[in-house]
Design a protein around this ligand. Structure first.
Ligand code: ADP
Length: 307
């Protein structure tokens, strides 16, 4: 397997805080990977170590098989990062800032031109080319942040909370763009407060909590292995016979509504229906509900992502 990013037993402490307790993360070339965790879990520390902003205590971080410390220039050039915080470059036009960013990676103005034009176009910022950052709305700043990450055409794109604070319309527009980048073969590492965003976009995720990876897999796999299915059966009229019929199951009942939480619905659902029907009771309707990735996240970390 060709790995874009490989993190092995990565540890980091700041004074008394242990931020990373030895995490392992492997991201395939071309993956759309989500790093999820509540505030303080260690996401930013991980990204900052990958991009050389923070020094690790121990462990290994590799980008396309090269060490991010020993081969910093190469590994950093493979990554474009859209950081959570907006940059504070208030004095230059957006166009100048994009060319500076390309220059930082050794790309001359004339070689960056077509990419700069493409990004201004694609991100709807053409009319703002000569504006300053402070003159932009929050959503435009966010789009510019993404343009800056992409100007040197990196193979890996790190999106740190890329839709924080943007309205629903722009969020959907950005999601479409991220999918487009993914389809074009980019490897994407996304951290997000919106679990729904990870569920929609990512093909694999790791959930970290208190500096440890506590679950990993595709959103589907996590929902299957960690999730539960809710089943509510509504009877046509209340019946005393169901109690005996369902004696082997755990459920709650309110008059004609019987509610189950199932770990293995494929197996237990037909059994439950059969027992009820065999008892001579009539089923009026059946409702089911599935755990979302957010439910899985909440049950694993014991807290909401904003806490
Ligand atoms: P996340 O990005 O998941 O919110 P962080 O990586 O920012 O998490 O933080 C992980 C832990 O490390 C937190 O407890 C945080 O307070 C601590 N931390 C992060 N940066 C610093 C720093 N520069 N100095 C001291 N503690 C820090």
């Amino acid at each position: 397997m060709n790995e874009a990013i490989k993190i092995t037993n990565l540890k980091k402490s700041y004074d008394k805080t242990i931020a990373l307790k030895g995490i392992d993360i492997s991201i395939k070339d071309g993956a759309f990977f989500g790093l999820l965790g509540p505030n303080g879990a260690g996401k930013t520390t991980t990204i900052n170590i990958l991009t050389g902003l923070v020094n690790k205590d121990s462990g290994e971080t590799k980008v396309f098989n090269k060490d991010t410390e020993k081969d910093f220039r190469f590994t950093r050039s493979q990554i474009g990062i859209s950081a959570q915080e907006f940059s504070q470059d208030w004095f230059f036009s957006l166009e100048k800032l994009l060319y500076f960013q390309a220059g930082y990676f050794g790309i001359r103005k004339k070689d960056a031109e077509s990419k700069v034009n493409e990004l201004f176009d694609r991100l709807g910022l053409n009319e703002k080319r000569s504006s300053r950052l402070r003159q932009l709305s929050g959503g435009m700043k966010r789009r510019f942040q993404i343009a800056k990450a992409l100007v040197h055409d990196p193979k890996i794109i790190i999106l740190d909370e890329p839709t924080a604070g943007v309205d629903v319309e722009l969020r959907h527009e950005l999601w479409r763009y991220f999918k487009e980048l993914h389809n074009a073969g980019k490897t994407i590492l996304l951290t997000t407060h919106y679990i729904e965003e990870a569920e929609k976009l990512c093909d694999s995720v790791s959930i970290i909590n208190n500096g440890e990876v506590i679950a990993k897999g595709s959103p589907k796999e996590l929902m299957k292995s960690e999730g539960k299915e809710g089943l509510t059966i509504n009877l046509s009229k209340s019946s005393s016979k169901v109690k005996n019929a369902l004696k082997d199951f755990t459920y709650t009942q309110e008059d004609t509504r019987i509610h189950f939480t199932l770990k293995n619905p494929e197996k237990s659902l037909p059994e439950i229906i059969k027992k009820i029907v065999d008892s001579g009771s009539h089923i009026a309707s059946i409702e089911t509900s599935k755990s979302s990735l957010e439910d899985v996240f909440l049950s694993l970390t014991g807290k909401g992502i904003n806490e």
